[in-house]
Design a protein around this ligand. Structure first.
Ligand SMILES: *Cc1c(COP(=O)(O)O)cnc(C)c1O
Length: 377
């Protein structure tokens, strides 16, 4: 818990209990559908392995990752639940050997999966991705029949088992956007075509966080929750308040100094003090994931209120103007957290900077020490 864990000089604090609680609440919400926790990109910056354990403790039955190396890393860490790799590139051999569900959105990748399965002497678990309108991964409506045919031919030869059919929304975070219903209908067509051809999937799925929260009929057999597990979402206004952001980014002031009026601060002197004031140095910079665009914004919480970032955010540090506040070296500064102590959230940082909370959470640099609390692993 942020309130009871000692503050380090700089620290990314992850409340695993929040992830477990969020996943438990999400399982309750979508009762009747299975829940996949998406832990790609190092668990949205929270630490892939501890986040995955926390999600399973909350009731998730599946884990989702973006690439094959992430899937293999989950197996090496001891996860035996179904793992789906969402992107189709690279050599799937190692993942197939470890019983990972791999995705194909082209006949060529079905062939690559089959070849790897034959080499490994195993039957590969294969999910087929339909492009129903995102125009990212997956097979277009025109290409889908050939992908299904290739997968069924490989299945007949015993080298693959088609375990799932899935797609992904373009605009589920724009509530009411007509593309959501159009993609649901297109996915139903793709599923019907595949099942008519003889595919018997274990799971059919299309919903991410935004869709599962706002369009109940999108939940189908399985929901792929990413951001929601961590208390984040791409919906306007962020995640609902019953989800708790799990990540806190904080530091201790490395130096405090009194300076006269007219003092230029940080590179380019883009900030000049208007009066005698107290400056505090925060040992986090853009290499640690603090965007340069945060200059001038009141996005830092310390001593019970917000303070402006004074001047340019540097690679390793930035300066805060504390006015006549008796700030002292060693004082705790919170950049973002769950928000219940008045501190900004990653959602607020995203809104101010013209991006999304996921961008902040996944962008914290490797040299910021990670502290995990509230987990069993
Ligand atoms: C990242 C991702 C998800 C999870 O999305 P959230 O918005 O974080 O829930 C689900 N499905 C696919 C295909 C993804 O790439």
């Amino acid at each position: 818990m942020p309130g009871t864990t000692p503050v380090e000089d700089r620290q990314l604090l992850v409340d695993l209990g929040a992830i477990t609680g969020n996943v438990a609440a999400l399982c309750e919400l979508v009762r009747g559908s299975q829940v996949m926790a998406v832990v790609k990109a190092d668990g949205y910056g929270h630490g892939m392995v501890p986040a995955a354990w926390a999600a399973l403790a909350g009731g998730a039955g599946w884990l989702g990752v973006a690439d094959l190396a992430e899937a293999v890393a989950l197996r090496q860490a001891g996860f035996s639940v179904p793992v789906l790799c969402l992107m189709a590139f690279g050599d799937p051999g190692q993942a197939i050997r470890r019983n990972v569900d791999v995705t194909a959105g082209s006949a060529a990748f079905v062939t690559a999966v089959e070849a790897a399965a034959v080499r490994a002497g195993v039957r590969a678990r294969l999910q087929l991705e339909a492009d129903t309108g995102l125009s990212r991964g997956g097979a277009t409506r025109a290409d889908w029949p050939a992908v299904v045919e290739a997968a069924l031919a490989a299945q007949a030869r015993g080298s693959v088992q088609v375990t799932g059919l899935w797609s992904h929304f373009a605009s589920a975070d724009l509530p009411g956007n007509p593309s959501v219903a159009a993609q649901l209908a297109a996915f139903a067509d793709a599923v019907a075509l595949a099942e008519k051809a003889g595919v018997t999937p274990e799971v059919r799925h299309i919903a991410n966080t935004a869709a599962a929260l706002t369009v109940p009929e999108s939940r189908l057999d399985l929901v792929r929750f990413g951001g929601a597990c961590y208390g984040l979402s791409t919906l306007p206004g962020g995640a609902p308040s019953w989800l708790r952001p799990a990540m806190t980014l904080r530091a201790r002031l490395a130096l405090v100094k009194r300076v006269p009026a007219g003092t230029g601060v940080s590179y380019g002197h883009r900030y000049v003090t208007s009066r005698e004031t107290t400056l505090g140095l925060v040992p986090l910079g853009y290499a640690d994931g603090v965007p340069r665009g945060a200059a001038g914004r009141s996005l830092v919480s310390a001593r019970g209120r917000r303070w402006p970032i004074a001047g340019t955010v540097c690679m390793d540090q930035f300066v805060v103007d504390f006015g006549d506040e008796p700030a002292a070296a060693g004082d705790e500064v919170v950049l973002f957290g769950p928000g219940n102590g008045g501190e900004p959230t990653a959602q607020e940082w995203g809104e101010v900077l013209g991006t999304i909370s996921y961008d902040l959470a996944t962008g914290i640099g490797a040299r910021v020490p990670r502290t995990h609390t509230g987990g069993d692993h």
